[in-house]
Design a protein around this ligand. Structure first.
Ligand code: SF4
Length: 348
């Protein structure tokens, strides 16, 4: 399969064109075509010499993955199913808000972690995505937006927030994820502070983010504050204890000055009782964090349910009484299976 130029930075593109005997500024033009003007072919890059375009096309592709389907939710969420160049399928979600437009990207095809409440985890792991494949999900959603395939009522036309919360565990594909972060910042101009990476708690990866003082928002999916329950909910691959994960979060806060978000998926009768709420409050007490409560989004498969409203309120109340900042995630995209934990690379 030919290599693709999506995923190369401006500096790498400058080096590439220089190797081809052209001045380095042609690399900037190439980057503009790929990341700003959303070209799909070298033929569109009309300000580049024909000789350079044909030389590049012998070794590289400029094409993008195919958009297999676009689903529109009633709440203006859009979900794209993309076929990568090798046929691997991933889902990407676009979330228009009143003041900004967010894109939720996948970092792996499937996921090896297997959280019991997650559709992606249920369908197994295929492979890691490259940095280019991560970034082109944003370009694909952007293209849908530009082509005005937006549902009525949405007004934004530029993606300015990206969350690494789609299919896959980003810290198990950390090199590609980190390169994608740099590309989103440098080539698409999205502020680091508008990038959120969500992990189930891969401790070495969190320490690496801390060491590199990465100014993203770190979201850690905790889901339980005791190891026994957590291992039941997150049975494979990630074996770190709650203490180890929270210590790594403390180091991230210390090195970056950024508050950590702790995600907590509320499952009726499993992790949503007052004992679990008190346990969570004790565990995170002195960490600079806020807890984001996510009532479970049903996926076909496990016999799990979202707690009734009064149980959620009670859980929330215990944390609030302990002085822990709380948010509760708005359920968006549920009508098209685009909500948290519902992605699973299928066409229907
Ligand atoms: S919730 Fe995230 S880490 Fe867990 S199985 Fe789903 S995609 Fe993987």
């Amino acid at each position: 399969m030919p290599k693709t130029i999506i995923g190369l930075s401006t500096d790498e593109l400058r080096a590439l064109v220089e190797k081809a005997g052209e001045p380095a500024y042609r690399g900037n033009q190439l980057a503009e075509w790929v990341y700003q003007r959303e070209a799909h072919t070298f033929g569109e890059m009309t300000n580049l010499p024909l000789s350079l375009r044909s030389q590049l096309s012998r070794e590289y592709e400029a094409g993008r993955s195919q958009i297999l389907s676009v689903q529109h939710g009633r709440d203006t969420t859009i979900k794209l199913l993309l076929a990568m160049r090798d046929g691997a399928k991933v889902e990407t979600v676009g979330l228009p808000y009143a003041g900004h437009f967010s894109c939720c990207v996948s970092t792996q095809v499937g996921c090896p972690v297997g959280c019991v409440f997650c559709a992606t985890g249920l369908s197994g792991y295929v492979r890691n995505l490259t940095a280019g494949e991560i970034v082109e999900q944003v370009l694909a959603v952007q293209e849908v937006v530009r082509n005005k395939q937006l549902p009525p009522g949405s007004h934004n036309n530029r993606i300015d927030h990206v969350t690494f919360m789609g299919m896959g565990e980003p810290l198990l594909n950390q090199a590609a994820t980190m390169k994608a972060i740099q590309l989103l910042k440098n080539e698409l101009g999205i502020s680091m502070r508008h990038l959120t990476l969500s992990t189930v708690g891969f401790v070495p990866g969190i320490y690496k983010l801390a060491r590199e003082k990465t100014q993203i928002t770190l979201a850690v999916s905790l889901h339980a504050a005791n190891d026994q329950l957590r291992r039941k909910l997150i049975p494979r691959v990630i074996k770190f204890s709650v203490t180890e994960i929270l210590d790594a979060c403390r180091e991230f806060v210390k090195q970056t000055g950024r508050r950590v978000t702790l995600e907590y998926c509320l499952l009726n009768g499993i992790n949503d009782g007052s004992a679990e709420a008190h346990e969570l409050a004790r565990a995170v007490g002195r960490l600079n964090c806020h807890v984001n409560l996510i009532p479970y989004n049903a996926v076909s498969g496990p016999n799990l349910h979202s707690p009734p409203r009064e149980r959620i309120r009670a859980f929330r109340g215990i944390l609030e009484s302990a002085g822990i900042p709380i948010t509760q995630r708005l359920q968006r995209g549920t009508g098209i299976d685009a909500a948290c934990g519902q992605l699973r690379n299928r066409t229907v």
